[in-house]
Design a protein around this ligand. Structure first.
Ligand code: ZN
Length: 349
């Protein structure tokens, strides 16, 4: 369906895991191969789960960059997360629902092939996965586990996103993320406490990971929101001198030195509004040769403009696209409010 699937390098570790389990459970070669087959089936279900997210996202016009499979699970990397709560909800829930669907279909098949008593009789263990009944039942089981695990309401599980989307119906996106993040951190704290109490260090690490991810999700949404809601007019700098192109280089240098500015913005008096920019450093080098030059005679870079109400996020995108280092922020078409350069913008990223 046109979405590249990538295996994380650490995916190879699974082979060692299979061999390790085979050894510690003293499985013979055939049993080990069947166990490997079961692990493959498990990751195939994880992959279908990720396709659930990806295909639902596509319905809302959101592309999926790729699906990455790693030993700790899958990740469908979406180009962006749909902002509408109902759409985020649908995308988040589509994955777990795929696992429900797989479990239901497999259950139906198993019930057609075997009667329910034989299905429940055989013990579910690694040594008899070669038995189709056991393999099938175990695969149904793992899909139920995947479904329940992903519904835990904490980032990075799908449940965290589902919770955020539900909260976002009533709250703003930032508020919803904050509440969802607190709930996730609270659950992680409970999990860590339980792990300590039970003496399970690896569970403790999972708890720490969930806590970290929950905190991060809130921070990144907050940052994203700041970038989208802060207009350029509130971050402009006035560390320049605005001069008409008829002014002389000498005049420009004197004014700049008086105010300790490093840049000169030249108004060419063109229509539409046309600005150029140059640095004091450059003017110092040319004045040595000829002190009578006017600003219109020197080579200056043209200065692109953006409207004062442009958001930081939009400005970053537009500067990236055009490869400009500095832009003028203007109000009402031709009132210069100040300049913004890459350094200022990157301090917000
Ligand atoms: Zn998922």
């Amino acid at each position: 369906v046109g979405i590249p699937v990538k295996l994380h390098w650490s995916f190879g570790l699974i082979l060692f895991y299979v061999l390790y389990i085979g050894n510690s459970e003293s499985l013979n070669l055939e049993q080990t191969v069947w166990f490997a087959g079961y692990v493959v089936a498990l990751f195939f279900c994880v992959l279908l789960h990720e396709y659930g997210h990806a295909l639902m996202a596509r319905r809302y016009g959101v592309k999926t960059i790729d699906i990455i499979l790693s030993p700790i699970g899958g990740l469908a990397r979406l180009e962006r997360i749909p902002k509408k709560p109902s759409q985020e909800l649908a995308v988040a829930i589509a994955g777990p629902l795929v696992n429900v669907a797989i479990a239901l279909v497999l259950t139906a098949i198993m019930l057609l092939l075997f009667d329910i008593d034989t299905l429940l009789r055989d013990p579910l263990d690694l040594t008899n996965l070669s038995d189709l009944k056991v393999f099938g039942t175990a695969t149904i089981g793992i899909n139920i586990v995947l479904f329940l695990f992903n519904l835990i309401p904490a980032f990075p599980m799908d449940g965290g996103r589902i919770l955020r989307a539900l909260l976002a119906i009533k709250l703003s996106r930032v508020q919803a993320t904050r509440v969802a993040s607190y709930i996730g951190q609270f659950l992680a704290a409970c999990f860590i406490a339980l792990a300590l109490y039970q003496g399970l260090p690896s569970w403790g690490l999972i708890g720490l990971f969930v806590m970290y991810t929950a905190r991060n999700e809130y921070r990144s949404v907050l940052r994203e929101e700041t970038l989208n809601n802060t207009a350029l007019q509130s971050i402009v700098k006035q560390d320049y001198e605005l001069l008409p192109s008829t002014a002389s280089v000498l005049e420009a240098l004197t004014t700049a030195e008086k105010h300790q500015s490093t840049r000169i913005v030249i108004d060419t008096a063109g229509s539409p509004y046309d600005l150029k920019i140059t640095t004091i450093k450059y003017l110092r080098t040319i004045i040595v040769a000829d002190s009578d030059l006017s600003l219109s005679q020197i080579s200056a870079e043209s200065l692109p403009t953006l409207a004062a109400n442009t958001s930081i996020a939009q400005a970053v995108r537009s500067m990236h696209k055009t490869g400009t280092e500095v832009i003028a922020v203007i109000k009402n078409g031709q009132q210069l409010l100040g300049v913004v350069d890459r350094d200022i913008l990157s301090s917000y990223l």
